[in-house]
Design a protein around this ligand. Sequence first.
Ligand SMILES: [Zn+2]
Length: 517
Amino acid sequence: MAYTSLYRRFRPDTFDKVIGQEHIVKTLKNQIINHAVSHAYLFCGTRGTGKTSVAKILARAVNCLEPVGGSPCGKCESCMEMKLSTNFDVMEIDAASNNSVDQIRDLTEKVQFAPARENGYKVYIIDEVHMLSKSAFNALLKTLEEPPLHAIFILCTTEVHQIPQTILSRCLRFDFRLIPTKKLVDHLKSVYNAVGAKYDEDALMLIAQAGAGSVRDTLSIADMCLSYCSDNVTYNGVLEVLGQSDPKSILSLTGDILTQNTAAALEKIAKICDSGKSVQILASGIAENIRNLLFIKKCPTANRYIGLPSELFDEADRLQKKIDTAKLLSALDIFTSLEGEFRYTSQARIIFEAAVVKAALTETAEALPSSQKNVSVPKVAPKETAKVEGVIAPKTKAEVKKTDAPKPDPRALKIWSDVIATVANDSEMSLKGEYDSFLKFAVSDGEPFVEGDKLVVYFADGQPFIIVDKPENRALIKKIVLDLSGLEFVAKKKLVLSDDNTKSYLKSLFDNDLKIK
Ligand SMILES: [Zn+2]
């Protein structure tokens, strides 16, 4: 018999089996019980959170002859037809491949015909509905404005901001939440128990964390682990499937960075990278560790939420006591902003290593004695002092902002977030081709400040600035900013890693082995 994936095998067939969406399930069950279903639903949320599963259950429930507590009974004639896929009143359409106006017109014509069963419903589940063309949306809108009594539309999307307002206002909207790790672990347990697999508790936590709130992703990983570990899922087996490094070594690396043990950190990175691990995964692993340290520092019940094995938690707890909050925050800032920088570079490892050095050397104002607060030279660990003599130390990111621009003010941030939304939503622009999809990324990199009648926005010196500074793009953003705020848009480069001093400084640390583009 062909293998059925865990995700399909354990797909919920009643509302009560849906995980982590209680707020939605409760409303839908009540609608069925009270015969008060809507004619248009919008299910939005991240992939794998249950939108299509709930849509299918709803389609079966409205047609079920004897629903049980709002869920389909699974036994009646209608439910049996759905199981055997011989019911043609429920249609599932993938808008990614059926997005033309003709296909939607065809659908809206067919919806006028009565369903096969008396008192039944014709249910149209349109997946990835944001992929519909503008004219297809218009065709759909006409039907949504005056739907036949027997029609129900369930629109599913991961990109709700791309749905026209006219459609949104006709739909009953449900936002699907990411599933908490704890619930994913419980679900994994019941799934593995049901298939008779053995497992380590720690391994389940690792799988659930990698699933990042998505049931589908979690069960796909669980599937891979099951075949890789041949029915005994171990912690190390899961690590290998995920291509991750051992969390203990990542935590120890994080500790080296935060305690300014730069040499040890760089050696560890070389070893990990040479074993074929990706720099991106390593960087996000460090960011996650720093986040955990902050959580432990600020929240007495942290381990309930971050879910580390007890040995790792104790180690992290010891580490966080040695490091102050401001240092953790600035290091977190450095590692999370890397994700954006990786998109524009073929030199990920160099960018990463530079970030490690920067994070290790950044001494926060809070940690310095007050007499040193005005000195712009970062405190350097004794080991490195000899190497950097005679080199002008770089400004830290915080200091660049302090001297070159005022503090970010809420007004600037609000205007800029509107600009980002406008650029992302403008369908005219996205039709112009590949180039503008880069503009979306580039504008999201900007750090805005209002200076007099100007909106000055700082971009990373590299692709973000180059893209924004193209004449046609600059003119476009200028117009959007002017329309939104009446301010004049000015683009400037961030000085962080482009600073010549920083380059020579980093070169000296790496004994001139560092190649900077
Ligand atoms: Zn039934």
